[in-house]
Design a protein around this ligand. Structure first.
Ligand SMILES: NC(=O)c1ccc[n+]([C@@H]2O[C@H](COP(=O)([O-])OP(=O)(O)OC[C@H]3O[C@@H](n4cnc5c(N)ncnc54)[C@H](O)[C@@H]3O)[C@@H](O)[C@H]2O)c1
Length: 406
């Protein structure tokens, strides 16, 4: 939570960074701009759509007002504090104008590599040599984005989670050329904003979007095979302490968004079977059933967004009755195994992977804590049995086999 005094003190800044540029004023760009304003920075904001900037302005003002009110300032004092923070927000009409006088640009435009590369090339040409250029990409390669610039050593990923003002985790992604100094400075900045940075190598999906992929893919496979249905899977997972069942989560995030990340990972891991996207997702997206935002996905939603129950074809089954404990065990084992794959590839430390899943995906415990609870030998044996019955995707990761003692 921002100190309300910060909002009333123009020019108080964090971590040696002054003005922050934000490119893209959608869900994430608006949230990141709000955070920077809360912590005393001047912010320069650009979006290709004027209407997006207008919407962002309203959302940022509302968000700041809520934060200030929660910090104890009310009514006129809150309005004044919010007004002063909003006065530090400046919109510009061209992306090159963002880069002029800023220490850091965070790009949060749409998730398309060609578009991000074009934005970074323009920013690079306009920015001072010392300016850091960061992307909020969910799963695209930082190296591929950095290659569009002449300063790959000052390009990195700053992966905030939605909603950015609230979610505590930020993945700080170092590309092959990113200097340790650039990553450390950016991590220090977001730590000053009250976030918990975790250091990640530039691999598809970083930590959370990769290690948590089985949370939605395994339930989709159970649904594909008819082993269990939407309602029972969601209920079993919620009963195990996860904040939301996987189908409710896909509806909430957007089935199209979830599918896009799944496709990026499948391609990024060269078609590895464990990352194969589900035809059920594709069918729903092709039919315009994107989840809560379109009123229908795995569940049906009322005009106010309240869930009205499962969509008819998912309400009836098929459901062969796989026990709820086995449903959860399968999902958790797949996540544990993916965490060991990531660890073996040096993606991040064990502690940071656990923390990332707890803070970024709100799991009741991190995958390594889960593995310890199950016992490494037991987890390995369960995965081997699943691999024999269900296929290669459950084959224990080399780092798990090693940790379990061969
Ligand atoms: N929504 C999430 O949960 C989430 C979480 C973490 C990361 N991300 C990532 O953050 C980025 C933004 O996602 P979002 O959910 O805010 O999307 P969004 O669709 O809400 O906003 C994207 C904005 O970018 C603008 N835009 C498009 N092309 C642009 C350009 N060339 N220059 C400037 N602006 C441009 C669009 O007009 C739109 O306003 C994506 O890379 C996404 O993968 C999203």
């Amino acid at each position: 939570m921002a100190d309300p005094a910060t909002l009333t003190t123009p020019g108080r800044r964090t971590g040696g960074f002054g003005t922050i540029g934000v490119v893209g004023a959608g869900t994430m760009g608006a949230g990141i701009a709000q955070l920077a304003l809360e912590h005393g920075h001047d912010v320069v904001l650009f979006d290709v759509e004027g209407a997006a900037v207008e919407r962002a302005r309203r959302r940022i003002a509302d968000g700041l007002a809520r934060r200030v009110a929660r910090g104890g300032l009310r009514d006129e004092a809150a309005a004044e504090a919010t007004g002063q923070a909003m006065a530090r927000l400046r919109e510009v009409a061209a992306v090159e104008e963002v880069a002029g006088s800023v220490d850091l640009v965070v790009e949060a435009a749409v998730e398309r590599l060609d578009l991000k590369r074009a934005v970074f090339a323009t920013l690079d040409a306009a920015a001072a040599p010392g300016t850091l250029l960061a992307s909020n990409t969910s799963a695209l390669s930082i190296d591929a984005i950095a290659a569009a610039t002449t300063r790959p050593e000052r390009v990195l990923g700053l992966h905030f989670f939605n909603p950015a003002p609230v979610m505590p985790l930020v993945e700080v992604v170092a590309g092959a050329a990113t200097t340790p100094g650039a990553a450390t400075a950016a991590a220090g900045l977001v730590a000053g904003w009250g976030k918990r940075p975790v250091a990640v190598r530039d691999v598809p999906g970083f930590i959370v979007n990769r290690v948590n992929r089985p949370f939605t893919l395994e339930p989709l496979r159970l649904l594909e095979s008819g082993a269990a249905g939407v309602t029972r899977i969601d209920r079993a997972v919620e009963a195990a302490g996860f904040p939301m069942g996987p189908f409710a989560l896909m509806d909430f995030v957007g089935i199209d968004v979830n599918l896009a990340v799944a496709v990026t990972l499948f391609e990024g891991f060269h078609g590895a079977p464990r990352f194969r996207p589900s035809p059920i997702q594709r069918r729903l997206v092709d039919a315009g059933r994107l989840g809560r935002k379109s009123g229908r996905g795995f569940h049906v939603y009322g005009p106010d967004g309240a869930p009205l129950g499962p969509a008819p074809e998912f309400a009836a089954g098929p459901d062969a009755g796989l026990p709820e404990a086995a449903i959860v065990e399968r999902i958790v084992l797949a996540i544990v195994n993916e965490a060991f794959h990531a660890l073996g590839q040096g993606v991040a430390t064990r502690d940071d992977i656990d923390l990332a899943l707890e803070l970024g995906a709100r799991h009741p415990r991190g995958p390594f804590a889960w593995a310890d609870l199950l016992g490494l030998r037991h987890a390995t044996a369960l995965l081997e049995a699943l691999a024999a019955a269900e296929g290669e995707r459950f084959r224990p990761a080399p780092a798990l086999l090693e940790a379990a003692g061969g």
